[in-house]
Each structure stands twice: as structure tokens, then as C-alpha cells.
Design a protein around this ligand. Sequence first.
Ligand code: CUA
Length: 403
Amino acid sequence: MNQLNNPTAQAVDNTLIYIFGFSLLLLLGITLVTIYFVIKYRRSKYPEPTSDAHGSWILETVWTVLPIIIVMTMFWYGWTNYIGLTQVPDNAMEVKATARMWSWQFEYPDGRKTDKLYVPVDKPVKVLLHSADVIHSFFAPAFRIKKDCVPGMETYVWFKATEPGSYDVQCAEYCGVGHAAMLTTIEVLPAAEYADWAKPQQADQEPRGLTVLNEQGCIGCHSLDGSDGVGPSLYQLAGKEQEVEKDGKSIEIKIDADYLKRSIREPNAEIVEGFQPMMPAYDQSTINDADLQAVVDYLLGKATAAKAGPDGATLIKENGCLGCHSTDGSESIAPTFKGLGGRQVTVESDGKEITITVDADYLRRSLLKPNADIVKGFSPMMPAADNLSPEEIDAIVNYLLKQ
Ligand code: CUA
């Protein structure tokens, strides 16, 4: 298994070996001949010049033409392989990489974002390079690719991994104090594993509860839009007051999770006013407890609410916050996230030292104007998180308060 057995690494390595090989050959050849002549024609043995040769056109032609050929083959070899690094195969998948102080973010065509670059094995990948602030450089040594990420300009590299594994990526252009921390990896996955990873996430699919309602044919009798059918509509049930008939008596109940579960497991115990007791009971073998809960969540409007909000834990990872801030209490370039909510910190604000308690307002300010209040002992170097939406900022703040 040779992990360097990939097209870009081979192109670069072959060129290097060719040029280095010839250079070594010439260095050794010239050095050895020099040493040989120095010894052979030393002054103690030959005090006077011995040669009476005044020219040899054969010799001069050879030492002119041969080096030209060698140098031109070096050029040709280097040029064709350089062109190979810029010509992306047609079937390449595209991923956008954004460098910012001091982290990498990768964005896939379906919109998902990660802090590591996940790719399938044996598939050419074109990486579109962007920078959010200063010049960085995308360097993946195992693929022999390195290209600057320039603000306001799109550059690219491509590679094809032939072995699954984890390959280092680092920033190769000094970009500030966190430059050395700008490390990530290219995670090359076997095709099946990648397909699994790239599957649309649960959040993008229809809620499980709705799927169950459709699969079990509930929609045949119960509408989702408020219109009457054979059974009561399922439109906006949460908290609704409902007249039902129970044991021959008419009572009023409030629709909640318990009531909904009961009306699926024992549908004829309580009959909604104006309808007939004709719904079959759905027991554990037809709708298991997890699916029952999913249906109830969906009917009470919880399933949609749960999938909408951005997730703070994911956001701080995607946006590279963890490059400088730890979550385990260790201090590095920046204060740790551990125990953040309610922590007393001494900050420097407008040249004065003040002690404040970390709360939502402070965290929001630190994200949007990170250099306004600097925690004592740290340097003002965090970039503003102005690429995030207000909802995302809130999600991060809520997450951090719980750390
Ligand atoms: Cu980014 Cu060095």
C-alpha cells in the first residue's frame, strides 16, 4: 500500500526525481573529473602547460547540445506535469474550501459544511479555494498540492486519493499568531462509507411522524389541512379543546400527547363528537413506541420545531472556533469554552480593566466585536463572526452558556 500512489503526487515526484537525478549525476561527474585532473596534472608533476590543443568542434558541439537536450527535457517534464496539476478530470466532485483566521471550512454542493474534508476514494476532487480575510495557503503534502487562498479571488487544486485514510492539511502561508494551529485533514472514505456519510441528513427529510402517518394510511381518513373526512382532521391539534364521548358520556378534554397516544392505541375509548367509532386500534406490532412518539410529536408541531434551529455545537466546529478555544478547560491561544456561563472574567475595555460576568450579551458581543473587550492575558486577534446569521449567533451563545 503506497499512499503516495495518487496522480498528483506521482506527477510531482517523477518530475522531482528526474531533475534531482540529473543534477546529482552532473554534480558527481564534474566533481570526480575535477578531483582526478587536480591530482593528475598537479604542478609538482607538470610545472608547465602540457596541452597544445586549440579547439575541437566535436567536443564543443557535444557539450553544447547535450546540456540543451537535458535542460529542455527537464522543462518539458516539469511543464507537462504542471499542466496536469491544473487540468481537473471531468468527473471531479467540487468542494469549496474557505480559509479564515485560523481554521478551514469545507462546503459541499448540498450545502453541508464541515471542518474536515470528507471525500470518497478513487474520485477526483476539485477544491475551490477562498479566503475570508488574509492570504492563506492550502497544503496537502500527501497529494503534493499547495495553492494560496487569496481574498477576493478563487483558486483551486485537485487531487485523487487512491487509498482510504486520513491525510494532513495545513496552512502554508504565515497568517498571524494562530497560523500553526490551522491544521485539518482530508478524510478519504471507502465508496460505501462515503455514500453513507453523504446521505441527506435526517433534518432535511420529512419528519418521521409524517412518514408513519402516510405509511399507515392515516391520511385516508384524517386530513392534514383542516378539512373534514371520515375521521377528524389532524390540523393544528396541539392544545385544542375537544368534545369527546367516553363511556356514553360527553366530556371535554384538552388534546395533548397522552390523549393522542391513547387515541391511536385504543381509538374507540373516546370518540370525537360527530364521528363514528370505526378506527382500528394500532398496537405495538404495527406502530412501535418510537414511531408513536414521532407521530405525536409531529401532530403537536414539535417535529418541525426541532429540526429548524441551528445547532451551536455543530456551528462552533464548522466555523473553526475550536482551533483556538478548547472545550476541556485547557488554555491555548484563546480562553477555553469550559465553564463559560457565569464565569467572572477580567477584561480590558477601552484601556481600563473591569471584571464582568459572562452572560448571553457578553458572548454575543464577543462574537460580533471580539476585540472590544479583551480577556486579560490574551491578545486581540479574533476575527468577527460576521458571516453568521443572528439565529446562528444565538445558537452558539446558548450552547456556550451551557459549557
Ligand atoms: Cu492561514 Cu497560515
